[in-house]
Ligand binder design. Sequence first.
Ligand code: HEC
Length: 489
Amino acid sequence: MLTKRLITAFTAGLIGFPLVAAAQPHDASVANHQPHLYDIADFGMQGSDITFAEHIAPILQRSCQNCHRPGGGGPMSLMTYDQVRPWAPVIKYRTAIRDRMGTMPPYFLEKNIGITEFKSDYSLSDLDLAMIQAWVDNGAQRGDPDKEPPLLVFDNSDEWSIGEPDLVIRSKEFSRPAVGPDWWGDIGLVPTGLKEDRYVAAIEVREVNDIPKDAGSDTVGGRYIVHHLTYTSGKLSEDGGEIVGDITSWPIHEVGRNADVFPVKAGRLLPANSALHLEATHMHSNGRETKAYVEFGIKFFPADYEPEYADRGPRTGNGIDIDVLPNMANQEFHNYVVLQEHTKIIAFEPHLHAPGVRMCMEAIWGHNQFTLNCVGYDHNWVKQYVYEDDAAPLLPKGTILHTIGYLDTTPANPNLADPRNWAGGGRRSVSNMFIDLGYSVTLTEEQFREEMAVRRAKMKDRNDYDVGCPMCWAPEYMDDKPSLAQGND
Ligand code: HEC
């Protein structure tokens, strides 16, 4: 159904739109999503020159094979020409979706607005898309096999992506029957055994279960029982029965989620005599009776480390007062938070439920209103967009942070259980959420000035505008460039 619909939209795009499409009209209705098509001639290349060996294989190695390989999370391997060739037309249309649900790779950043520098960005460039499209349109030629890059070798062992952890702790074992209702609740405490306070640099969570590694599964869901898990940590009470102080909440664990690496200036505390509290675990039967536990791999900063940024900024979004109408595209949610302190936004992580198709974050300061970022949303994927350190929004206190969620409850949205249902807010997947699960840190006046001076030093001149740094050229903040500040008002 979905595939057919998307192909139809795609073909319509081919006929009805100029080949070099401008930015996708940012209509949040799934039915109106348009493919991003480019003309390779605009990049000074000839379509017939584009080959798998020289142009396409490097793209697949960089952006696809991490999942599309034996043992990866993708449904088929895209390693060799023979494996890729039959998928060529589907690859063309899935990649051209670019920043909307259904796109490959699953990375939904709208590149034509706001900040574009993010860590671990494996999305495709305009040139990549132009090459894929020209390659497919010209018969998906292999080219000279001698020019193919050597096959990548993937390590399928259970190694941690953060490197060898300093501490590995595991939950107690739990199980799910082959078939059963979803289960949601508290699975208890996991003591850390720490004798001193330590700050966490990175944390990775994984489920270890008794599902045979070679067992076939059509979906990632068939390989796990923990769908997601939210947890906190804190000091243990005297009897060890509960956590009572220094409570910290950690990024949510979800199937397929990457490790969380915290910024060097913002490590998170795990105190002496502490425990993790796995307070909200959502488990899902997967067709096979499964026993499992979750493992937490933790890397610490050195023992004498102290974080420079100790306080977290506010969380934005609205989890309660939600009213989602049935069968309607382009519904919007709005949330406003006034920043009480100078704030650096480290990561943007839109969280909606099935109706969600897009989220934007904008900053309103004085008479300025500017979009920091917009990203598409697909409830099949959980994506966190972590800003590069020198591109992250640096917002003065008093800024109004405005988040906008866009929803589509028409049958065009394939993620919905039933487009006829009204839905409110709630934790279940059939209810709704509207939150930015990303995070920010607050800055002292001095830190704010320092960060802006670093940012300003990278700008060419007064006309070089950094959307993430609205105060960068404000005279009162230009201690380091007084001559420029003078001509500023
Ligand atoms: C993070 C993992 C991941 C990455 C990276 C990724 N894929 Fe996928 N891909 C998947 C999963 C999972 C599915 C199945 C779910 C779906 O269809 O959306 C899929 C589905 C597809 C499909 C549709 C298959 C079908 O049955 O119709 C195509 C085509 C595809 N991917 C191509 C690519 C290409 C090309 C890239 C790189 C430019 C890429 N993928 C990157 C995980 C990934």
